[in-house]
Design a protein. Sequence first.
Length: 84
Amino acid sequence: MDASTAAPERTCVCCGQKGTKESLIRVTLGPRGPEVSPAGPGRGAYLHQACTGELSVRGLARALRSGLDPGEIARLRTDIEGKR
Ligand SMILES: [Zn+2]
């Protein structure tokens, strides 16, 4: 398979392992803070659903290049867990 047509790989911001785009949850920085956004605009961070509990403020803030506070992370975690 041509590398340009292979499924794009993304790196989980929690565990650092790679996975296909489909196996990871995409998070972007929205007007309310970080939010689950499979196809929205902006810089995206990716994480495994199973890694949500390990999500750190620092890891996500670095991936999104933005300051975050723990309350925003807690809300994001609830959003992701609510989609199970
Ligand atoms: Zn992970």
